[in-house]
Design a protein around this ligand. Structure first.
Ligand SMILES: C[S@@+](CC[C@H](N)C(=O)[O-])C[C@H]1O[C@@H](n2cnc3c(N)ncnc32)[C@H](O)[C@@H]1O
Length: 184
């Protein structure tokens, strides 16, 4: 019995170490940290993004999915997909979705450069400028005509937005100031 208990705890410890190593490796290779779209601009963003029943909306690098949750409450007949690399942030997003009682929000754990987004009708991004430009070729390759992409704060290089919205942002902070809208 003692041997069995010891083996169990050793395996548990090894599993925990492997998980921590994986999270650490993910964190150090990440190009953008987890920062939430500020609450102050959530309503303004939800107002700008026009969604119809049947639409499929992605947040690439969704964090705790608060943007998707806000949009999903307003649009119960559309589907919302969050892509997030960090395990514990995915878990937090999942808990928040459960708490909100939403059935139209899905979280996919993975790398936003790798997961297919071919079914998207809308995409929301709040990732660093170098990431926005790194993902541009994938968007151009995978998105069918008419998909709307929103990028907060950071525009694409070499692509003109169809609209730029001023957001009220957060007092004394330079972020969450603009929402760039693109058509692919
Ligand atoms: C600035 S936060 C934005 C979070 C959320 N979209 C929001 O507006 O509240 C960027 C998010 O992208 C995630 N991220 C960074 N690189 C990623 C990658 N390669 N694949 C998937 N998620 C990534 C981070 O973990 C973080 O949660």
């Amino acid at each position: 019995m003692l041997v069995f208990t010891n083996v169990f705890f050793i395996l548990l410890l090894l599993g925990l170490c492997a998980w921590m190593l994986d999270q650490f490796q993910t964190l150090v290779t990440m190009e953008a940290p987890w920062v939430k779209t500020p609450n102050e601009v959530l309503d303004q963003i939800a107002e700008k993004i026009t969604i119809k029943p049947g639409d499929i909306v992605y947040d690439l690098g969704c964090g705790d999915a608060q943007v998707l949750i806000q949009l999903a409450k307003k649009n119960p007949n559309a589907t919302f997909i969050g892509v997030e690399k960090l395990n514990y942030v995915c878990a937090l997003a999942w808990l928040k979705i459960k708490k909100a009682g939403l059935h139209n929000v899905i979280i996919k754990k993975g790398d936003l450069y790798k997961l297919s987004i071919k079914d998207a009708t809308h995409i929301y991004l709040w990732i660093y400028p170098q990431m926005v430009n790194k993902i541009l070729p994938k968007l151009e390759r995978e998105l069918t005509q008419g998909v709307t992409v929103y990028s907060m704060d950071f525009p694409f290089h070499g692509k003109d937005p169809v609209a730029v919205y001023d957001l009220s942002g957060v007092k004394n902070k330079s972020y969450a100031r603009k929402l760039f809208e693109y058509r692919f």
